[in-house]
Design a binder for this molecule. Structure first.
Ligand code: NAP
Ligand code: MG
Length: 487
């Protein structure tokens, strides 16, 4: 560390609390299922609690959909498909634009509820999740009346009823990724949010009701894995779109084998973030922080494996440690917070278990001296050095703020190391040399590769995986195709 760096480090700022106001949000005590345009009680009358992971206190009680409820939802979606699929693209687009505008109007409310229910920092839900969700609806609204231009000389037709299952790390954004292209292409939807983060999808249901979207076009059924399985196994569903773990993805692929159901799978990842000696080092350090600590590391495309060229490894690691000392872990609703709450107790246990494995396998751990709140689920940002390709924390997805660092000397070596994973979702390359970037983007087996940045998303740009990270693309023109057949 040079002298200047030491001084900056010592003079680290302290911040006053800056909590986002919760006055403007409305959360009901009980949420029902959204089926056929109405909020409906579950047939068996069961409810589960959704919890604030920063306090472990109950926020609301949410209906649990059983196979019977899923069946009612699929029937509503099937009935709605008849007229929705015949509506002109221009008319369909109008509804989707309306949903996008309503999300924008209520963006502050959505942001606070997303942070309360899932634990992510308000800065991220306010500046990333919610605006991107609105953008997805805007983007696909624009395609609704241009499908013939998207696929010239072909006649695109909707598939029918899409069953969509999403995880807890980007609740509203994942709902938008699923619903927007399905509606633009004339399909109807039965969507299941994750058990720990159902609230913004249910708020979206309120907006959908307000938008006047014909009843049954979007149905939202809450519940846990069994509700998801009821969607997967329903005989009258034409397409399953799943985002979640590779384990459940494999189960789904087996479950629908031999049926006519179409499938897209967006699964896990173990992204390689590669720093060359000629990179802009300070920017790269910020990029490392963003790649692994964004959303507590609950990011499928997180840069959880860092590869630093040997000649700059000491410098990069020291600068990274200094930067980690300044990260603020705590109240997700505080605008200063960099790292919020871990989404659930179960996920915290998983992460803590991996940290133990890393130590037991001989990795050298570093965590900054941050103070963690007493209540709630928290994990300090963590890095490991002295690990190699065979370590479990290098091979397996942790889905938390834990970074495994290795070094390399040559381009060929880093390509081989980066591709030595069952996953293939994302990668990042940091260098000032454009030719090197193009060389690596050809060789790295990853669906998304960022150059001199990380974790940047745009509705116009396709996203998806290779190998055990799944197949199919969401976003962009590519994202329309999985919802269409061509006659
Ligand atoms: P998960 O356990 O696979 O759950 C995903 C969704 O599937 C949840 O709604 C879950 O319900 C439901 N589910 C669970 N068992 C099911 C079954 N047997 N049949 C049908 N649905 C079932 O994954 P997660 O822990 O929520 O999410 C983390 C994983 O998602 C990570 O591996 C991450 O990499 C991946 N992910 C991938 C992407 C991508 O685009 N590639 C994006 C985000 C996350 P409940 O949770 O309500 O029980
Ligand atoms: Mg919750």
């Amino acid at each position: 560390m040079n002298k200047q760096d030491t001084n900056i480090f010592k003079a680290a700022w302290t911040y006053d609390e800056a909590p986002e106001s919760t006055d403007h949000i409305q959360i009901k005590k009980i949420y029902e299922l959204f089926i056929d345009g109405k909020f409906t009680k579950p047939i068996k009358g069961n409810y589960f609690d959704t919890i604030n992971p920063a306090t472990n206190k109950v926020i609301a009680s949410v209906a649990e959909a059983t196979t019977e409820d899923v069946d009612v939802a699929v029937k509503a979606a099937r009935k709605a498909f008849g007229s929705w699929s015949k509506l002109s693209g221009k008319e369909r687009g109008k509804y989707i634009f309306r949903i996008a505008r309503l999300i924008q109007e209520r963006a502050r409310e959505f942001a606070v509820i997303e942070s309360l229910d899932g634990g992510k920092p308000i800065r991220e839900s306010r500046d990333i999740d919610i605006p991107l969700a609105a953008n997805h609806f805007f983007y696909y609204a624009g395609w609704a009346d241009k499908l013939e231009y998207a696929f010239p000389n072909r006649t695109p037709k909707p598939l029918g009823v899409a069953g969509q299952i999403i995880p807890w790390n980007f609740p509203l954004l994942m709902a938008a990724w699923k619903i927007a292209p399905a509606l633009a292409t004339g399909n109807t939807v039965v969507l299941k949010p994750a058990e720990t983060t159902p609230l913004t999808a249910l708020k979206l249901a309120e907006i959908i009701q307000e938008s006047g979207l014909p009843k049954g076009v979007v149905n939202i059924v809450t519940g846990a894995g069994e509700t998801g399985a009821s969607i997967v196994n329903h005989p009258d569903i034409n397409k399953i779109a799943f985002t979640g773990s590779t384990g459940v993805g494999k189960y789904i692929q087996k479950a629908i084998a031999g049926t006519n159901k179409k499938l897209t799978l967006e699964l896990g990842g173990k992204g390689a973030n590669i720093i060359f000696e000629d990179a802009a080092i300070d920017q790269a350090v910020e990029g490392i922080v963003n790649a692994i600590f964004f959303n507590q590391g609950h990011v499928c495309c997180a840069g959880s494996r860092l590869f630093v060229q040997e000649s700059v490894a000491d410098l990069v690691i020291q600068k990274l440690k200094n930067r980690m000392e300044t990260l603020i872990v705590g109240n997700p609703l505080d605008k200063n917070t960099d790292i919020g709450a871990i989404n659930s107790k179960k996920q915290l246990q998983t992460i803590e278990n991996y940290i133990k494995i890393g130590i037991n396998e001989g990795g050298e751990i570093y965590q900054p001296k941050c103070k963690l709140p007493k209540e709630g689920n928290w994990c300090a940002p963590t890095l490991f050095i002295n690990v190699s390709q065979s370590h479990r924390i290098v091979q397996e997805e942790i889905f938390g703020p834990v970074l495994a660092i290795q070094t390399f000397r040559t381009i060929d070596e880093v390509i081989e190391k980066a591709n030595n994973t069952p996953y293939g979702l994302s990668a990042g390359v940091w260098t000032q040399n454009g030719a090197k970037i193009f060389h690596l983007t050809q060789k790295l087996e990853a669906g998304v590769i960022w150059a001199n940045t990380f974790n940047k998303f745009d509705p116009a740009s396709p996203f998806g995986g290779y190998k055990e990270s799944g197949f199919g693309r969401e976003g962009g023109l590519h994202g329309l195709k999985p919802y269409l057949k061509f006659e």
